[in-house]
Ligand binder design. Structure first.
Ligand code: DC
Length: 229
């Protein structure tokens, strides 16, 4: 029986290097890159712009229903381009304000239900290989994915990378580590769709690996799955 198109899913905590590695892997495999975090970000941005009450789950679900999101491959380095109702929000969805407000949507079951359904529909609509990244992909969204990867890195290393990204604007290392630990707690203790390392995921600790090494390793896992009978 055919396995259908190859689906590679990458879950892991914020700052483990998922986006850049997933994007590079997708480029290498000629695959569609599905950044599920960008969908949560785009809906959060819309809710903020509309002034929606972030504690009102029904209102947040309505925002999701009314939001058109398009993910295009030609985004800034390591990212996809994101259109919200036809307008480019690739940069706007990555502000601190959006990042700090996402948990209102990510914790709301009605929001997750809708975004999970959209992610699944997107995958069905694609004929070729897909590389998707998020938190609940191997556990909830695509439990039947042929390749599941859990990409991790130490808190110290993730803080170092984040400081490098932020350049001169970076807060002190201890502050960054606290922020990362707090985000991990939120991500793993959510009642719906928490960050989960499923038993059948390949665990990859990128703390002492270069980006190239991470991508090579993931490509080897994808190749092995693609050749499986
Ligand atoms: O991967 P990211 O940092 O762009 O994700 C943004 C937020 O969205 C993150 O705080 C957790 C949430 N998220 C989620 O709840 N489920 C996903 N599948 C992807 C992201």
């Amino acid at each position: 029986m055919s396995q259908g198109p190859l689906l590679v899913v990458i879950d892991g905590p914020a700052g483990a290097g998922k986006s850049t590695a997933a994007r590079r892997l997708a480029d290498r495999l000629g695959a569609f890159y599905l950044d599920t975090g960008a969908m949560y970000r785009a809906c959060t941005l819309r809710a903020l712009r509309l002034g929606t009450d972030l504690s009102d789950g029904a209102a947040l679900a309505a925002v999701v229903d009314e939001t058109k999101i398009e993910l295009l491959p030609d985004g800034p380095e390591g990212k996809c381009r994101v259109l919200l109702d036809g307008h480019d929000v690739s940069e706007a969805i990555r502000t601190r304000e959006v990042t700090n407000s996402i948990h209102h949507l990510a914790n709301e079951p009605r929001v997750r239900e809708r975004l999970v359904a959209r992610q699944q529909a997107l995958a069905v609509a694609r004929a070729g290989t897909i590389v998707a990244e998020g938190r609940d992909l191997g556990s909830v969204v695509f439990p039947h994915a042929q390749v599941k990867i859990y990409l991790d890195a130490s808190v110290t290393e993730r803080a170092r990378r984040r400081a490098e990204d932020l350049g001169g604007d970076a807060p002190a290392p201890e502050k960054l580590q606290q922020e990362i630990t707090a985000r991990d707690r939120r991500d793993t203790t959510r009642l719906v769709g928490p960050l989960t390392r499923v038993d059948d995921a390949h665990y990859v600790d990128s703390s002492s690996m270069t980006l190239e090494e991470v991508v090579d390793h993931m490509a080897a896992l994808a190749a092995a799955a693609g050749q499986a009978p």
